[in-house]
Write a protein that binds this ligand. Structure first.
Ligand code: NAG
Ligand code: NAG
Ligand code: NAG
Ligand code: NAG
Ligand code: NAG
Ligand code: NAG
Ligand code: NAG
Ligand code: ZN
Length: 787
């Protein structure tokens, strides 16, 4: 108890009171009077508090709310050291394009595949400490992962004579008609493309194997695409799948192929999916112009991401040395796969010309691709009997350390925390867009906060900075860290702010939990856009206004879907009309970034400003800036889309009433409760800003802080109310009933995944079960806010 009086005195003595008390003597008199009153009052409060039903954590942290007892937060609260306007100015003025360029150049100068570059972790840690975040450490996990050893892809043909003489595959004479290069071109204009130690093309978590078989073109390899093939009686078992990248997460393509008895998978990117910037639109290819370099290969993970991210041998718990390990068959493929360039795919596609149905005879998603101008007719196959593929994939599996860098700035309130994160690992030496545009911006964010610390700032809430390793293989570093610290994170974290690709184009894009919509939109209105077509526009002015729902595909997944922490993911990218054509290839390089992605690095500096301002707003504003009403509005929208799905599935009116009436009622109640909560929060904030409680009514002041504390605690824990401990059917790691990656899409966010999947699978029992769970959860969340 004695401890709790100390901060009161200390704060009253050190607080700069220049704005409130213009007359020096009055100020001193008031200060002394206030100090004495609060000191005596503090003792009285603690006596009173014994009669208030507080849990121990409330009692411990109430004192933390008292330091700004005599502060006058205007736009931002004044904690200690500097005021809010100064802080905002530092965060807006510090990030620097040339500095970001320098960090980008460092990170993209050598290979930094997950678990392979300890020196980048150490460098990052030392930089952050140099910026003033002294409490920075490396946190490592022992993770099961693969590294490439060898590969081959060849088209084999048996000549006609041998075919008639000896039809058995094993004994026939096979001739290599095409040997795929599986290599990206070394370009003079792109210095990392020719590094001695560059990383080969391969798939994360792919299975080793050596298969020789006919092959089938399976379009994007979506669940629906495979259904379409089955309906057309195309033989799949025993064949190799030739798959186009796009539409869904690559690992789920391999998963479905494997389930249907296919023996291997080969994936290429069709320039037809590159939007407006393509060779056949007349754009020059890289390095002359921005269009896809024909030899570029998209590496990537084939983990079954929508079933569980993280180390596949330790689902749900951290991969610490000595941790028990589970079998991995449910989590990663058992058939070999290889990524290839479209140049290497051309001979394979052309060989299918005239064999099997035309892709265009299937549904609208099967139109073919952009390679028609190269003589590809997009027949499905299978390849004729005398043509097979030999696919060899040699992977070494090891359990090896990976290194997260974690920096912490302690706030005044110990149990209110904001976490910022970006991954550091890349598939290649470059990674100038993914992820190191984010890493470069992150250093600018931390340098900015360091400047504020230097000016004497102490944050109101705690900030954690995380540079993750192993994201590319399956969100490894972030997932293991969340799994390790989940009790603390769930008790204390207000939000997780992710930046993966910080900038590889000029268009602001965002996905966010609805609780964070408002603060995001407000904040980007404060940041100047580098778009010079009209001067003095904010990022918000030139933004398309679209916020996507949280799916998966980056490090926010464990925070949002497993721990129930509201998260967002932001960056500057290409517009909807052009794809990121050098994604996960050697040409996502510093040289590409400087010439085409973000020349001048102004968008790097801009994303740093957006990121740190959102964080500062959450960290400093006394009433936590989450908006609960937006959550309810989101739920209304998601329920509408569930209803549309039920309509599509042909549910009759009676079933719909019995299903959706209780759900609608729960959402309506949640809406009114959230509106009341936001109104109460806004009112308390107004009272705090007005600061018109006379000094001698100290108990009213304390009551106000106590009420704000209670409102904040509810904001903090609201997202957690949407977790369902047993998790989703067949993928129990995913605990959130509103947000999960689509089971068969992986990246895209599915809302009410339990309900939607049961409808898709025509599982009526499941539909009732999940509507019941959703209804109960929303009712409970409303009750939680109300109580
Ligand atoms: C690690 O990254 C640094 C900087 O990008 C690079 O210079 C170094 O060669 C890399 N180390 C290894 C072992 O690849
Ligand atoms: C793959 O298997 C074939 C046939 O069994 C064999 O001839 C070939 O050497 C194998 N290739 C590799 C790289 O192991
Ligand atoms: C597929 O095979 C089934 C059973 O042999 C047959 O009924 C059906 O008509 C076939 N469908 C097509 C599109 O050929
Ligand atoms: C790409 O080609 C299109 C169509 O010709 C043209 O409008 C566009 O300006 C080109 N884009 C670039 C970046 O060169
Ligand atoms: C930060 O706070 C934690 C927990 O409250 C404490 O253990 C740690 O020593 C503090 N670190 C610093 C650098 O003040
Ligand atoms: C730049 O600003 C103009 C004018 O507001 C807008 O039309 C354009 O889309 C913006 N471009 C980008 C890349 O934001
Ligand atoms: C919260 O969001 C709702 C709906 O978007 C909006 O009407 C309300 O003004 C917001 N409240 C605050 C305090 O910003
Ligand atoms: Zn990334």
């Amino acid at each position: 108890m004695a401890d709790e009086r100390t901060p009161l005195i200390a704060v009253v003595q050190t607080r700069p009171a220049r704005d409130r008390y213009p007359h020096h003597t009055l100020r001193s008199a008031c200060t002394i009077a206030l100090a004495l009153t609060l000191l005596i009052g503090g003792v009285a409060v603690l006596v009173v508090l014994n009669f208030v039903p507080l849990d121990s954590s409330d009692e411990a942290t109430l004192s933390a709310y008292l330091p700004w007892s005599d502060g006058v937060p205007k736009a931002w609260p004044r904690t200690t050291g500097i005021d809010s306007e100064d802080l905002q100015e530092i965060l807006l003025n510090t990030p620097d394009a040339d500095q970001a360029r320098e960090w980008s150049q460092y990170y993209t100068s050598g290979p930094h595949l997950a678990g392979k570059n300890l020196s980048q972790a150490i460098w990052t840690k030392e930089k952050w400490m140099g910026f003033g975040v002294e409490n920075t450490l490396i946190v490592d996990y022992d993770i099961y992962v693969n590294y490439p050893k060898g590969h081959r892809l060849a088209l084999l043909e048996r000549d006609d004579e041998a075919q008639s003489d000896d039809p058995s595959l094993e004994d026939a004479e096979w001739k290599v008609t095409y040997e795929a290069s599986l290599e990206e071109d070394v370009l003079d204009e792109d210095h990392t493309s020719g590094l001695e130690n560059r990383i080969p093309t391969f798939h994360g978590y792919s299975a080793s194997g050596n298969v020789t078989a006919p092959y089938v073109y399976v379009n994007y390899g979506t669940y629906k695409d495979f259904e379409e093939l089955q309906a057309a009686n195309v033989s799949l078992a025993g064949k190799i799948a030739l798959i186009k990248y796009g539409r869904i997460f690559r690992g789920l393509k391999v998963k479905r192929a494997q389930e249907l008895g296919m023996v291997g998978a080969v994936m290429y990117t069709d320039p037809g999916d590159d939007g407006d910037v393509t060779e056949y639109n007349g754009n020059e290819t890289y390095p002359t112009g921005p269009a896809r370099q024909p030899s570029s290969v998209q590496r990537g993970s084939c983990q079954f991401l929508s079933f569980a991210p993280g180390d596949p041998t330790t689902p749900g718990y951290p991969s610490k040395p000595g941790a028990p390990r589970q079998p991995v068959d449910h989590a990663i493929p058992s058939i070999p796969s290889l990524p290839i360039s479209y140049q290497d795919a051309l001979p394979l596609l052309k060989t299918l010309n005239g064999h099997g149905p035309k892709a265009s005879s299937f549904n609208k998603y099967w139109k073919g691709g952009g390679l028609g101008y190269q003589g590809v007719k997009y027949n499905i196959g299978p390849s004729p009997d005398h043509v097979v593929l030999n696919l060899v994939n040699e992977q070494e599996y090891v359990t090896t350390p990976m290194w997260n860098v974690i920096g912490i700035i302690n706030g005044t309130i110990p149990d209110e925390v904001v976490v910022l994160g970006n991954h550091r690992d890349a598939w290649i030496a470059g990674g100038a867009g993914d992820p190191n545009s984010g890493s470069a911006a992150f250093n600018e964010v931390i340098r900015s906060f360091g400047k504020a610390l230097e000016a004497g700032w102490k944050p109101l809430r705690t900030i954690v900075f995380a540079s993750w390793d192993g994201e590319e293989y399956g969100l490894l570093g972030s997932t293991e860290w969340v799994e390790e610290y989940v009790p603390w994170l769930q008790a204390s974290t207000i939000a997780y702010l992710n930046v993966d690709v910080g900038a590889n184009g000029p268009h602001f894009r965002a996905s966010a939990a609805p609780l964070l919509n408002k603060i995001l939109v407000d904040t980007i209105g404060l940041v100047q856009s580098p778009n010079h077509s009209v001067p003095a526009q904010s990022v918000r002015d030139v933004w398309d206004g679209h916020i996507s729902t949280m799916g998966s595909g980056s490090d926010f997944t464990a925070f949002q879907d497993f721990a129930g922490i509201p998260s967002l993911d932001i960056g500057f990218g290409f517009g909807s009309k052009s794809a990121v054509y050098h994604y996960h290839s050697n040409y996502d390089s510093f040289d590409w970034m400087e010439r085409f992605g973000d020349p001048g690095f102004h968008y790097h500096a801009t994303i740093a400003k957006v990121w740190s301002l959102v964080a500062a707003n959450l960290i400093e504003t006394p009433v936590i800036q989450l908006n609960a009403t937006d959550y309810a509005i989101g739920l209304e929208k998601y329920v509408d889309s569930v209803k549309a799905k039920a309509d599509d599935a042909g549910y009759d009116a009676q079933i719909k009433t019995s299903l959706f009436h209780p759900l609608d009622k729960a959402v309506a109640r949640f809406l009114s409760v959230t509106q009341a909560h936001d109104a109460l929060a806004a009112d308390l904030f107004q009272q705090l800003l007005a600061d018109d409680i006379p000094w001698w009514k100290w108990w009213e002041r304390v009551a106000l802080y106590y009420k704000i504390r209670a409102v904040n605690t509810k904001y903090k824990l609201l997202e957690r109310q949407f977790l369902y401990a047993p998790g989703l059917d067949e993928r129990p790691w995913f605990k959130h009933i509103v947000f999960a990656p689509g089971k068969w899409t992986g990246y895209a966010g599915a809302t009410f995944p339990g309900i939607v999947e049961a409808i898709d699978e025509q599982n009526m029992k499941g539909v009732y079960k999940w509507v019941g769970i959703a209804t109960g959860t929303i009712e409970r969340a409303a009750g939680f806010l109300e109580k």
